[in-house]
Design a binder for this molecule. Structure first.
Ligand SMILES: NC(=O)c1ccc[n+]([C@@H]2O[C@H](COP(=O)([O-])OP(=O)(O)OC[C@H]3O[C@@H](n4cnc5c(N)ncnc54)[C@H](O)[C@@H]3O)[C@@H](O)[C@H]2O)c1
Length: 263
């Protein structure tokens, strides 16, 4: 995909303005990414199981952006097919896919791997890994037909650090990094790049729920840049990976953590 394809257009040419799907875009980090893409004049589809996406789409539409909510379960094949149909029918194109949805907040308290049940393990792997595969599989044809595109997978620096207490989650994000590399090789010839971002601990509600209030400042203190990480800290990297400036980067994982992991 060249620069002309990724730079947002306005006015009468709006039929060619780029389109992005953000899974799990209804709340948390995903909602920050939706706002950032919309502010770049990208038309955005929020694909989320949570109803918050509806409110966000309303708010951004009222502010003059083109943002739609499509209730989507990334772990469900027919739901993903409906998402693909919405993108095709409403926009006729797709340029950027951000695979951000995951079970993170819903993980419950951290616990030894021996206390994770098989059902919990399978559910986390189903949403966090199979979901990335299903959504990318469902939308890749439209990306190809649009002349190429960008797939950005949200992984986690817990993979690099081997963080204990939620082995199913860490394993799932390791698989997202592996999938990123494999898919990159399969779609590079179509002008599609596939990259991952591995965020460090973000000081948001989900992290507080999972790790407790003391963990967030402790994580900040470990960083080369010793402060809290906010969802906004991911915006520049996502916009870069969604832009023509990253045309020749694929299969990579960018760690964005303020300097804990040096990969
Ligand atoms: N918060 C952090 O510290 C942190 C750190 C590293 C990576 N991440 C990753 O960043 C991403 C966003 O994290 P967050 O903190 O905003 O988490 P979050 O749990 O607040 O948000 C996850 C979003 O995914 C949606 N979702 C869950 N299951 C879904 C499904 N089956 N189909 C569609 N949508 C679904 C949720 O409704 C929610 O909107 C996740 O991939 C997470 O693993 C978060």
């Amino acid at each position: 995909m060249n620069d002309t394809a990724v730079v947002a257009r306005t006015g009468p040419d709006s039929a060619r303005r780029r389109v992005a799907v953000v899974t799990g875009g209804g709340r948390g980090i995903g909602s920050t990414l939706v706002r950032a893409l919309a502010e770049q004049s990208t038309r955005v589809v929020i694909a989320d199981v949570a109803d918050e996406g509806q409110l966000l789409a309303k708010e951004l539409t009222a502010a003059g952006h083109e943002v739609v909510f499509h209730p989507t379960d990334v772990a469900d094949e027919s739901s993903v097919e409906a998402l693909a149909a919405l993108c095709r029918d409403r926009f006729g194109r797709l340029d950027v896919l951000v695979n951000n949805a995951s079970i993170y907040r819903g993980l419950g308290a951290k616990r030894p791997f021996t206390e994770i049940t098989p059902a919990e393990w399978e559910r986390v792997l189903r949403v966090n890994v199979t979901g990335v595969w299903l959504v990318t599989r469902g939308l890749v044809t439209l990306l190809r037909e649009s002349g190429g595109g960008r797939v950005i997978n949200i992984a986690s620096s817990t993979v690099h650090m081997g963080v204990p207490g939620f082995a199913h989650y860490v394993a799932s994000k390791g698989a997202v990094i592996a999938l990123t590399r494999s898919l990159a090789n399969e779609v590079g010839r179509d002008g599609i790049t596939v990259n991952a971002i591995a965020p460090g601990l973000v000081a948001n509600e989900s992290s507080l729920e999972l790790s407790g209030a003391e963990y967030v400042p402790a994580a900040a203190a470990r960083r080369a840049i010793p402060r809290d990480m906010n969802p906004d800290d991911l915006v520049g990297t996502v916009l870069f990976l969604a832009s023509g400036g990253s045309d020749f980067i694929t299969g990579q994982t960018l760690v964005v953590d303020g300097g804990v992991v040096f990969s």
